[in-house]
Design a protein around this ligand. Sequence first.
Ligand code: TYM
Length: 341
Amino acid sequence: MTNADFTPRVFSGIQPSGGLTLGNYLGALKRFVDMQNAGTHECVYCMVDQHAITVWQNPADLRNNTRELAAFFIASGVDPERSILFNQSQVPAHAQLGWIFNCVARMGWMSRMTQWKDKSGKNSENASLGLFGYPALMAADILVYHATHVPVGDDQKQHLELTRDIAAKFNHDYGVDFFPITEPVIDGPAKRVMSLTDGTKKMSKSDPSDKSRINMSDDADAIARKFRKARTDPDPLPDSYEGLKDRPEARNLVDIFAALSERTREDVMGEVQGMQWGAFKPLLADLAVEKLSPISVEMTRLLDDPGEIDRILGRGAERAEEIANPILAKTYEIVGMVASK
Ligand code: TYM
């Protein structure tokens, strides 16, 4: 069997751990919407609440953040009728397949994950076991749908390679061709949106400086101020994208502009070449406000009715189970679990 024999299916997830950034929007959500709208794949999108608790989450915050993330998905254009939208804990098949993958993945594979090293830091003795095993659950999220394509930002690449390793080892150990070897979809100008204060660091909600990022909750004034103050260099914009090679902050702003305006980098350079920052930054800020404000307005509207959000997620979970449960049952059969009920 090759991947072409599987139903073309997209899976991706975002942690409801609060603090959504422009990186999440351009690197992930906007691309989820594009894949849904392309209509070539069945799309399954998930709020991965079980991943979130690998580090401490206050329960009330987790609830709010899950609903806020659902609102972010919908306000950005994920249509819960066309796509399947739900929170991970409501589909137990993820954790169940995750356990099987805990027994397939090797300790050595997990300990090489850079995200584990970064997040556990110097105090890995005190990190949760869940944080260490996290990538096996992520592989289960994807493979319990036999997903063929996974759109993510660049920082998830290593986890997707591990997903492929887990699928290949399972298939090999059990002598089957059961799990697809998933294709990461890491493309576009915003696959790695960088910090506004240091172009060598990823834009992240965990950066101590709020000036380093655009939060999805920022108002128009904050967005404009942050872009105006974004670090750059003294030179004007060059006449080609290659001219930005050693100018990470400048390149990042051009990449953000290209992603927000849905144009190629080259096309954007044609328009902005030779511009001074004093002219480019207000253009970028206006574009960002134009694209992001309607999302935050719609999020606020949706969050007025949390009951409706819960109903949407519940319906999504039922649809997700229709795909996941038979795949889990077949996995149990392959592994040799007796189906006694
Ligand atoms: P998470 O919640 O950290 O991030 C969600 C998505 O946002 C992307 N992203 C970025 N993209 C570009 N530039 C940035 N600065 C930036 N910051 C975040 C991430 O790459 C990601 O696509 N492990 C995952 C969640 C997950 C998952 C999955 C993803 C769990 N199971 C299965 C795909 C498939 C995570 O922590 O993403």
